[in-house]
Unconditional design. Structure first.
Length: 145
């Protein structure tokens, strides 16, 4: 079963290329052309993963990633940066802002799909670990009481 992917890209041709290829591998794709549109979509329904361009009109994708990481509701939302910013320092900045992965344009649609799959499986492992730890802590508290 596919994931819900929010693609935040202001270039219509690139947004279409990403969306069509992700739909082809079974994902449901939501689209936004700016950080503002992305936030509205995220408020309406939290996607499974965010594909985020750095250079957007108005607020940058980097700034949006930082805000999403600071918010408890979106802190664990997997973020994959897809951007033309290809310098080493750009990649480091993107990852430090909270991106789980970073892919530069031009890109292979197959590689993008594979990276989304990897980011999602990492998020699922993390979620299972967190739930397991929560159950363990609750069990310990019950025994201690």
């Amino acid at each position: 079963m596919g994931a819900t992917v929010l693609v935040v890209e202001d270039e219509p041709q690139i947004q279409e290329l990403v969306a069509v290829n992700l739909e082809h591998v079974g994902h449901q794709v939501l689209r936004a052309s700016s950080a503002e549109e992305a936030e509205a979509a995220i408020r309406a329904a939290l996607p499974d993963v965010l594909v985020l361009d750095w250079m957007l009109p108005g607020e940058s994708g980097l700034s949006l990633a930082r805000r999403l990481r600071a918010d408890a509701r979106t802190r664990d939302l997997p973020i994959l940066m897809l951007t033309a910013r290809a310098m080493e320092q750009d990649k480091i900045s993107g990852l430090e802002a909270g991106a789980d992965d970073y892919l530069t344009k031009p890109f292979s649609p197959k590689e993008l799909a594979a990276r989304i799959k990897a980011v999602l499986s990492g998020a699922r492992r993390s979620s299972r670990t967190t739930r397991s730890r929560s159950r363990d802590c609750a069990s310990i508290r019950r025994r201690a009481a």
